[in-house]
Design a protein. Structure first.
Length: 536
């Protein structure tokens, strides 16, 4: 099964990635802002002396509330994505993020600021789940890696943007603008997304699951239309596959007496999928990416780089990450698959961490002023982010958004991203104590985890490149109603005969969008015969 790239579908996925940028920006801006002196002054927090312990408690609680909000927001989407749809969830997440960012920007006291961090965490927890899920359901099988890859590109863009804004605000040390302005900036992408979302199409697969076949067909038809295929034969094949797979899933639910979401945990294939999806998130966290990010500042200080320059260097580090994510989305995942480069990324990160551990031991912890050794430390930090961004960052979101079937995709993605928030909270929480206790040896913990994870991916992770979301079910032992990708000539001829006998919904004059109604008024509903010969 092949599909040409559709500019409309590409534009929709790219626009939805504004939510991903909000996630990247919101997750990283706090590290830039709480280092600003005016933030401490405005909230009467001590930076040294007897009140320092109270300040540490406040900042620790602030990070904990953000992670807790993110984890709960991710779990919340397990219900809301199925109940209200993918697009409505993006809109809900936008509203929550706007409330959180507004409170953060205008916080009058530390209590209000703490509450805003929890609310913002909840919003981006929803956003990081629903955006890649939405993108995966809009894309053709041959371009799904690119579409979901927009999520990773935008996320890395959000990270880089915080660094450049932090660098600019560093030199305004006399007013609360120094920390309020960076928080205000995070309102821009989410406001644009909320306003523009009324014109975005709802996921055809979710519409089909709700019995709204006319709207599902029209959305799919527009998303996968191509001038070289005026009869929409590709979209028709996809729609037939989707409807037949949905009917098959309904029959299986009845046979297995699945009535509630917790009943899905009785299915071994679902547990297998959760292990793959959540495992991908935990694998990425266990490469120590956040620890490496935090390590940069001390290394730059050893090199004699002070003032706002370390912030600028970290911004360029994030730009390398943005470039790597772009390379992965456009040139790697849909061409070479998810698994091979995922393994290369794990191995590359592990090797870089070995060098970082050695350089930390002999040049950083020893207090050495050897600029060559410290310079190599900087090199391997940048080499690390090259491997991570080009081989791992996008892959984790593509994997968790495509391994689950329609009936459990929202639940599965929510559980997977909950694993990311939980793993992040664990490693970030223990990092300060671990570095103080064992120093460079803490990096060897991540090296060991990379070694284990390499073999886990090699042994247990399937390759999903080029398969439709429905055909991926077979990789986990579940039946597939219609095969398109691997059908031979005779099978395709028989399949086309079946499709011609299949009745296609018609009569809906437009695409159902985020406004909840089609773009144009519906006509009297009817059906049309599928025919590969007819021209639309």
């Amino acid at each position: 099964m092949t599909g040409k790239r559709n500019r409309y579908a590409t534009g929709v996925s790219l626009f939805a990635a504004l939510g991903s940028m909000t996630y990247g920006y919101g997750a990283s801006i706090i590290a830039q802002t709480i280092g600003q002196p005016m933030w401490y002054n405005d909230f009467n927090l001590a930076q040294e002396g007897p009140g320092l312990s109270h300040t540490n408690v406040v900042t620790g609680l602030m990070n904990g509330l953000f992670s807790t909000g993110g984890a709960l927001g991710a779990l919340f989407t397990a219900w809301t994505t199925q109940a209200f749809g993918r697009l409505k969830n993006i809109q809900i997440a936008c509203v929550v993020c706007i409330i959180g960012a507004s409170m953060m920007t205008g916080a009058a006291n530390i209590e209000m600021f703490q509450a805003s961090r929890f609310i913002m965490g909840w919003g981006i927890g929803m956003m990081v789940c629903v955006v890649p899920l939405y993108q995966s359901e809009l894309a053709t099988p041959t371009h799904r890696g690119r579409h979901v890859g927009f999520h990773g590109i935008a996320l890395a863009t959000g990270y880089a943007l915080t660094r450049f804004i932090g660098f600019g605000c560093y030199y305004d040390s006399d007013s609360s603008f120094q920390w309020r302005f960076p928080f205000a900036v995070q309102l821009i992408p989410v406001l644009i997304l909320l306003v523009g979302s009324v014109k975005l199409p709802e996921s055809p697969r979710w519409l089909l699951s709700k019995g709204r076949k006319e709207h599902a067909w029209r959305n799919l038809q527009r998303l996968h239309a191509n001038p070289e295929d005026p009869g929409d034969s590709f979209a028709r094949k996809e729609f037939y596959q989707m409807t037949q797979q949905f009917l098959l899933e309904q029959q299986r639910r009845e046979q297995m007496d699945i009535r509630h979401w917790w009943d899905f945990f009785k299915r071994r294939s679902f547990l297998h999928r959760v292990g793959i999806g959540m495992g991908a998130q935990l694998i990425n966290v266990s490469t120590g990416n956040l620890v490496v990010n935090n390590y940069q500042v001390s290394l730059y200080q050893r090199l004699g780089v002070t003032g706002g320059i370390p912030i600028l260097l970290i911004a360029f580090w994030n730009c390398v990450g943005m470039w790597g994510n772009t390379t992965s989305a456009f040139f790697i995942m849909d061409r070479y698959g998810r698994k091979p480069f995922y393994m290369i990324g794990i191995a590359g990160c592990g090797i870089c961490l070995i060098f970082e551990a050695a350089l930390t031991k002999y040049f950083v912890e020893s207090g050495s002023s050897n600029r060559v050794g410290l310079g190599f430390g900087v090199f391997f930090i940048f080499f690390y982010v090259f491997f991570y961004s080009s081989c791992m960052d996008n892959q984790q979101y593509v994997i968790c958004s495509e391994v689950f079937p329609m009936e459990t995709r929202g639940l599965g993605v929510a559980l997977s991203l909950f694993g990311q928030f939980a793993g992040t909270a664990l490693f970030v929480g223990v990092a300060p104590t671990s570095f103080a206790a064992i120093g460079w040896k803490f990096y060897m913990v991540f090296v060991s985890l990379c070694t284990i994870n390499f073999f886990i991916v090699w042994r247990f992770y399937p390759e999903t490149k080029g398969l439709s979301l429905e055909e991926i079910d077979e990789l986990f032992g579940d039946p597939v109603a219609v095969h398109l990708t691997d059908a031979n000539k005779d099978q395709m001829e028989e399949l086309e005969k079946q499709i011609r006998e299949f009745t296609l919904p018609s009569g809906n004059g437009g695409v159902e969008t985020g406004a909840g109604t089609p773009d144009s008024q519906p006509e009297k509903a009817g059906v049309e015969k599928l025919s590969f010969a007819e021209k639309r």
